[in-house]
Write a protein that binds this ligand. Sequence first.
Ligand code: NAD
Length: 505
Amino acid sequence: MHLDKATTLTAEAWHNQADALQLEGRHFIDGDFTASRNGRVFEAVNPATGDVLGAVARGDGDDVDRAVASCRKAFRAGVWSRMAPRDRMNVLYRYAQLLEANADSFAVMDVLDVGKPIKDMLEADIPASVDCFQYFAETIDKIEGQVTSTAHDALHYILRQPLGVVGCIVPWNYPLMMAAWKIAPALAAGNTVVLKPAEQSPQSAGLMARLFVEAGGPPGVLNVVQGYGEEAGEALALHNDVDKIAFTGSVEVGKQMMIYSGRSNMKRVTTECGGKTPQIIMADYANLDRAVQYAVDGIFANQGEVCNAGSRLLVQSDIHDAFVERFEAHARAAYVPGDPLNPETTMGAMVNRDQQRRVLDYIEIGKREGATLRFGGGVPAGLEHGAYVQPTLFTGVDNDMRIAREEIFGPVGSVIPFKDVNDAVRIANDTIFGLAAGIWTDDLTAAHKMARDVEAGVIWVNCFDHGDMTQPWGGYKQSGFGRDKCFETMLHHTQTKSVWINLPD
Ligand code: NAD
């Protein structure tokens, strides 16, 4: 799927749409927008300008209780879980069409909330979200039970049933797409859902919920509770009537999810957490320019606010200087921070001032640790009014430095030289993370060995960030467990029931 709005609308036209947008920051429960019971709100701020966008409901345990009760009621009534598979599929197909038809609104909402370029919304986030609902709609009548081979005097079959109420807790870096990845498999499997968007990106979640009802989804099947993680998020994850938490976010909060589960009803938990992805570039790879282009996109796309950002650039020593030179030239041309509503812009603002500060602090840490700042490192001139950071590259990085060990979640790449395949694998695996890895080589044996030995859930060979909905998305080690996208994810939202029938002769 491809939307071409970015090439047809001007920056002025997008600004007009943004000016006309009325922020809807309330919860969506039982088919309607509703304020918090406590009446409290917080301000949403556009990180590219500092302008206040409006008020967002600051949900708490009361609002979560209402949303969960509505989901439980809808689940028990069977309005969704017992709907004929074809009918459920048709609702999700119509829903996918409505998401696409509302592409402009989604694009403007996420851009205003998090400062990402509108071009990325139209070319990546929205098509990927539409694909996601279409893919999971297609899986609905592919879920099968089983009849096992057993004794003559028994019939044993296994039913696959939905879990019940699923809480989806998502981050702000791809607000629409992360919500789609979580909601689509949960709904397709017949569950009801409470979505808790990140407090930084409330807007698209409300529109998603409203359009679901417009597509024919019964009220109460998809509810949204807005608010802070430690308030609404914690209440949802601790709720005794939630059967599963599907979480995407930081390692720290991912670990909390497991504690919440243990402290409450032992609900299922899946976690998609952070990364420190290595891009391993071998000297034998003939097309260095291609590797450079992907390496640049791998760390600077979406301002580096990407779970699988290729932040550790492992470059074989023989090509180190050529790689760095070409990387700098390409990055300077391809990533110039600017107005996210301008369709020409390739790099927007950080999500907020806190994130900008955090990234700038890591740059200072890198300098103090003795890495060489090759380019970037500060706030771009003329953009001081927003939460911007220049695309930045460090060379001379040792894998023990904090900038190589911790997730910066910003446009900061680190070049780490290596000698040979074994050295590359050793460095690649010397991390708590294991989300993804890129491998660049023309040596078939080296490629397969590294694909086998690098500890990561997603491996790309001679490409980076390629894939489609069939690709299991998730990590090894502390990048989490469970998978997004793919058929396996659908199964994570079901449980099996064994039915043993006595058949005496
Ligand atoms: P975060 O962990 O701070 O927040 C994620 C979500 O959890 C938000 O909705 C937040 O409100 C909620 N939350 C925060 N504290 C909570 C608490 N105590 N209890 C319950 N909920 C709580 O992460 P973030 O800053 O929003 O997102 C960035 C992180 O997400 C990065 O680490 C990034 O790598 C990760 N991420 C991972 C993937 C993946 O697929 N593996 C994809 C995107 C982002």
